[in-house]
Design a protein around this ligand. Structure first.
Ligand code: PEP
Ligand code: MG
Length: 582
């Protein structure tokens, strides 16, 4: 049966493929594809973990005190039986052998499948065994945790002809469907060949959505119960422009989307011709289009669209999914240096770590805090971990010896934080001097992403060389809505007059002070906002490489001077959205 699931459009384009489900589990697990020659060792790893849990349970059983309630012994029996039952084992082996899932992924996928069967059972006693199964799987997952995480792209899978609805398809594209994807998972998948993805949760500027845009594949987030409704291997269409997923599309629907997909490819081809065209408005104003990156290797994508630098390197992605082993100074230095050298003399803006909120480090995931976005995040976290912060600062300063580096500090709000940060930067320089380690000069910038900062701009302009407006957080904190929460996504309004006023003030005051200013939040990469930002005087935009050409197209058609009075009328309007569409 064909049905549609609605969510939020976050990354454009159409993807058509088979669903690969990532089941959510209480234990954080890695998801990756193994290589065919790793099947045997993966099965051994799984077998060893299972045997370890069996032994653990048997020991528990032997050591049960005499006066222990009899249900406890019976429960352990059930757990042992579930572990030895081949319904679970055979299924898990299937996912490893046939799909090359790593053991953890195979286990959670099979758990999901068996759980669904339990849910459908009439017998209440049997239905309740689901919880036992979850506990047993959790134990095995804990035993598996800590193993090495190799990464390999999924091998092309031959289509089963009887099920193929598309003509001329060589390999069946795979589409990821998950409750949520951690930023670390997303980075793993960045190296894979998924054609698109859908998650149940997430807002338009959640980090899941941001990484989706950086992968440049169609994506829908906030699709509520998609991961419950879609089954492994279902054919799905993802319409990243409309924020819709169609499950089991009929041939007519499929043909319609295949047509749209081809149109999209043609449009991309047209845009690609703008690659070498300078970003200059009709009235001759040159606009800097820079790239947002997550990893040093992303500079290739930046160069491919002729970005004139990196306007935001989100360094926190180097720190994620590391099972507590954070990168040391050498590793960070090499990563930053790679990014700097990768841009061949163009500026690279390296932002210090911004963890917390929806970007937790694995070992610091702390659900106890109800408002993580208001908690120990970004510079607050760095100042609370000065040793870690100093390590990062030294690594960045050292990388600056190899090219033009802009150092950027996230989420500042207080004068005290600014002073502490500057002191630590001086201290990092002094430490390098002391050791005789070479380093280079950096321009120092602050992100304006907390309303308190946007309302005390003279303070920031006094201490910093440049400002970078983080509209994602500025909107979240101004409108008091969680950017990662799909249930308030309809209130996430980048055109709210309060937001526009802060963006406009920041641009105007920075320019009046003769300082550089740019926008590096998602607003900069949204072509529907380009004219307004130009009209407000913005001349430097930083965005995912995939957005650069569509934004450039808008710039080439714009007359920046003429846009200025119109932008003022948008600022003064009660309903800016209406003016923007006019
Ligand atoms: C922002 O808040 O706009 C920003 C660019 O930072 P991040 O999305 O990483 O929080
Ligand atoms: Mg931010």
């Amino acid at each position: 049966m064909t049905f549609a699931i609605h969510g939020l459009a976050v990354a454009r384009g159409i993807a058509i493929g088979r669903a690969v489900l990532i089941a959510s589990s209480r234990v954080e697990v890695a998801h990756y594809f193994i290589k065919p020659d790793q099947i045997r060792s993966e099965l051994t790893r799984l077998g060893e973990a299972r045997d370890a849990v069996i032994q653990e349970l048997q020991r528990l059983q032997q050591d049960l005190p005499k006066d222990a309630p009899p249900e406890l012994g019976a429960l352990l029996d059930v757990h042992l039986m579930l572990l030895q039952d081949d319904q679970l084992g055979a299924g898990v082996r299937h996912w490893i052998k046939e799909r090359l899932y790593n053991a953890e992924w195979a286990l959670t996928t099979q758990l999901e499948q068996v759980s669904r069967q339990f849910d459908e059972m009439e017998d209440e006693y049997l239905r309740e065994r689901k919880a036992d199964l979850e506990q047993v799987v959790e134990r095995v997952l804990r035993h598996l945790k800590g193993a090495a995480v190799p990464v390999a792209p999924p091998p092309p899978r031959a289509p089963r002809q009887s099920e193929l609805l598309l003509e001329d398809t060589q390999d069946v594209p795979l589409v990821l469907v998950a409750h949520d994807l951690s930023p670390a998972d997303m980075l793993q998948f960045k190296k894979s060949v998924f054609a698109g993805f859908v998650t149940d949760v997430g807002g338009k500027t959640s980090h899941t959505a941001i990484v989706a845009r950086s992968m440049d594949i169609p994506a829908v987030v906030g699709a509520r119960s998609a991961s419950q409704l879609v089954r492994q291997d279902d054919w799905v269409v993802i319409d990243g422009d409309a924020g819709v997923m169609i499950v089991n599309p009929s041939p007519i629907i499929l043909a319609d989307y295949a047509f749209k997909q081809r149109q999209g490819e043609l449009e991309r081809g047209r845009l690609a011709r703008l690659r070498n065209t300078p970003a200059v408005t009709l009235d001759g104003q040159r606009i800097d289009l820079l790239a947002n990156i997550e990893q040093p290797g992303d500079t290739e994508a930046a160069l491919a669209v002729s970005a004139v630098g990196v306007g935001l390197f989100r360094t926190e992605f180097l720190f994620m999914g590391r099972e507590g082993k954070l990168p040391d100074e050498e590793e960070q230095y090499h990563a930053y240096r790679r990014a700097v050298e990768g841009m061949h003399g163009m500026p690279v803006t390296i932002r210090t770590i911004d963890v917390g909120a929806d970007k937790p480090l694995d070992d610091r995931h702390d659900d106890a805090h109800l408002n993580p976005a208001l908690g120990l995040r970004a510079i607050r976290w760095s100042l609370s971990e000065p040793a870690m912060f100093m390590t990062q600062l030294r690594a960045i300063l050292r990388a600056a010896a190899h090219g033009k580096v802009y150092l950027l500090i996230p989420m500042l709000a207080h004068a005290r934080e600014i002073r502490q940060t500057l002191e630590l930067i001086d201290k990092a320089r002094a430490q390098l001097d002391q050791k005789g380690v070479p380093y280079g000069p950096v321009k120092l910038g602050a992100m304006i992403e907390v309303p308190a900062a946007a309302m005390t701009l003279p303070l920031f302009l006094k201490y910093f060389d440049y400002l970078s407006i983080g509209t994602n957080d500025l909107i979240q904190y101004t409108l008091a809505i969680d950017r990662a929460d799909e249930s308030v996504a309809h209130l996430y309004d980048q055109l709210h007059p309060a937001v526009l006023k802060m963006v406009a003030d920041t641009i105007a005051q920075a320019k009046a002070a003769g300082k550089e200013v740019s926008v590096c939040g998602e607003m900069a990469g949204d072509p529907s906002m380009t004219r307004l930002l130009l009209g407000l005087g913005l001349r430097s935009f930083s965005m995912h490489p995939s957005q650069i050409l569509p934004v450039k197209q808008e710039i080439l058609r714009a007359d920046a001077d003429k846009l200025a009075p119109w932008a003022q009328s948008v600022l003064e309007s009660e309903e800016p959205a209406a003016l923007l569409q006019a």
